[in-house]
Structure formats: C-alpha cells, structure tokens
Design a protein around this ligand. Sequence first.
Ligand code: GDP
Ligand code: MG
Length: 201
Amino acid sequence: MTKVDLKIVLLGQQHVGKSCLVDRFLNSKFDAMQKNTIGAAFGAKRVYLPNGRGMTLGIWDTAGAERFESLSRVYYHSAGSALVCFDPSKMDTWKKLDFWVGELQENEPRCRIYLVETKMDLLESGEERIVSEEEVAEYAERINAQLFRTSAKTGYNVVELFVGVARDADKDADKSKMSSSSFMVKDTKTEEKKTQAGCCG
Ligand code: GDP
Ligand code: MG
C-alpha cells in the first residue's frame, strides 16, 4: 500500500493535453500518439519539496469527453487540488472552463483550483492565441486560481506546476497541522506480480 498525501485531478476538454501533461511529469516523456483516456487513469509520484519534506502525489487524469462527464465527479471527489486545463489556441476548450470550475465550486469548494494553459509550444510555432494573456490572467484571478503556462511537448513549466501544487498543499497542511486529502492506494506493481504468481504457479 502507498499513502497518497495529496489527490490531484486534471479536468478540461478532451484533447487539451491532460494525459500528455501527466505523462511528462510521471515519466519525463512526450508521446505524440497519446491514446484517448477511457474513464480516467491514475498515477502516483513522490516529490521532495525545497523544505526537505517528501509528499506523494496521487494524480487522477480524467477523460474530458462528454460521455464521461458525469463520471468526473467520482474522480474530483475530495481532491485537494484540481488542474483545469485548456488550449489557448482552441476556443471551445476555453469556453468549457466555466463548466469545470462551476462543478468544483459547487461540489468541492475546498479544492484549490489551478488554471493551466497547455501546448505553449504551438503558440511559439505560430498558432494563433484566441484568448489574450490578460483575459486569461483576469479569469484566473476571478476564480481565485493560480495560472500556469505549460507545454508537455517541450516540458516547459510541467515540473514547476506539480511541485508548485505540492508546495501549496504542504503550506496549507502546515497551517491546519493535518493533511486533509491523505488516502491509501494499493501498489499496482505489487498487485500485478501477485496475480502472475497465482496464475502460473
Ligand atoms: P487529453 O485528451 O486532454 O488527455 O489530451 P492528450 O494528452 O491525449 O493530447 C491530445 C493531443 O494533443 C495529442 O495528439 C497530443 O500529441 C497533443 N499534445 C498534448 N500536449 C501537447 C503539447 O504540449 N504540445 C503539442 N504540440 N501537442 C500536444
Ligand atoms: Mg487523456
């Protein structure tokens, strides 16, 4: 069993790059042929903060497809932090933010929200920004969220995002002297090994 100190959930329209962001953070790689997420996926990673404290992050990557929307509630339930993602070159992903932010504010009011711009490399290679930096910053302020601009392709700001999220949670836990989103998960690798041993003798 692994103790997860902070539950993080990624929300946002399908194809904004949530799974690539998680893959970049967990495995330090970018796979341009990332498969669509079915339902949700889970991964965990231990990070060490500048104050020397270790923290295990449990990361839930949701599908974002409309047919899985009703399921998302299960994944963001009791999350300490939510990364609400959009691609600043795609209008529909920007318009969808209100939906996810509204869901969180209504159902998980204690969850810290982070606004995440994905695929920054596309803007650098000439893709048009459909929403200005100022407008995005204003929106972040309005929903009381920190803003991170990232690229899973180049790795820009990805570690900074997750470590920043961990650091904020650590500060809050310090204030309240407890970690509100601690939970246990089975070690999936150990579990797989056990199954193999059982079936093949
Ligand atoms: P999700 O549905 O939100 O999980 O999105 P995915 O992570 O599956 O990514 C959707 C598509 O966007 C894939 O074709 C990725 O290759 C591409 N993609 C994801 N992140 C980036 C990025 O940072 N830069 C670029 N150029 N493409 C990306
Ligand atoms: Mg995905």
